[in-house]
Design a protein around this ligand. Structure first.
Ligand code: IMP
Ligand code: MG
Length: 177
């Protein structure tokens, strides 16, 4: 495997990521047994995790997407919905699929927005969790990995829109890119 320029070190290999996704999918299978689950992913970062997770989940499920964009000159948490869900989620069991929960502002905004649509249940499942940077508390139900306070790319996470397609999670060094 030849790492592209900009990669400092690999945090989790593709095998480790896939193994961990299968473990989390097994937890979800057990928890939502007998239900029909809706997975909601935020474009674009969470799409890679969503597809891998969805393939490992064995209960009936549907998927939907939303996109957000920030405003307010980069002030944390100042986000709005740029593309809304295609369908209502009222009375559905919903899992919000995130690439990373960092400060928590984005997730909290999404959680409040989705809760207002009266789902039957609403959970959070994230590929990466960086709790050391948390500013607002959000209830993360499923996490694949806790990560240190370094900027990471791969498995959907980008640096200037690149590196999303890496199968592994790596620490990014912008000086090297
Ligand atoms: P939060 O609102 O601070 O939790 O930010 C979450 C969003 O910031 C994520 O959905 C990512 O798009 C982006 N982000 C935060 N940390 C990283 C990182 O290490 N690599 C790539 N994107 C990140
Ligand atoms: Mg991004």
């Amino acid at each position: 495997m030849i790492a592209p320029a900009g990669i400092d070190r690999v945090l989790f290999t593709e095998d480790q990521v896939n193994q961990r996704i299968r473990e989390v999918a097994a937890e979800i299978n057990a928890k939502y047994q007998g239900r029909d689950l809706k997975l909601i992913a935020v474009l674009k970062g969470a799409v890679f995790f969503l597809t891998a997770l969805a393939r490992a989940i064995e209960i009936p499920l549907t998927i939907d997407f939303l996109a957000i964009s920030s405003f307010g000159g980069g002030t944390p948490g100042m986000v709005r919905i740029a593309k809304d869900l295609d369908h209502p989620i009222q009375n559905e069991d919903v899992l919000l699929i995130e690439d990373i929960v960092d400060t928590g502002f984005t997730t909290r905004y999404l959680l409040q927005n989705l809760a207002g649509r009266q789902p039957r249940s609403l959970g959070i499942c994230t590929l990466l969790d960086r709790t050391v940077r948390r500013i607002v508390q959000v209830p993360v139900d499923y996490r694949c990995f806790e990560i240190p306070d370094r900027f990471v790319v791969g498995c959907g996470l980008d640096y200037k829109q690149h590196y999303r397609n890496l199968g592994y999670i790596a620490v990014m060094d912008p000086e090297k890119s």
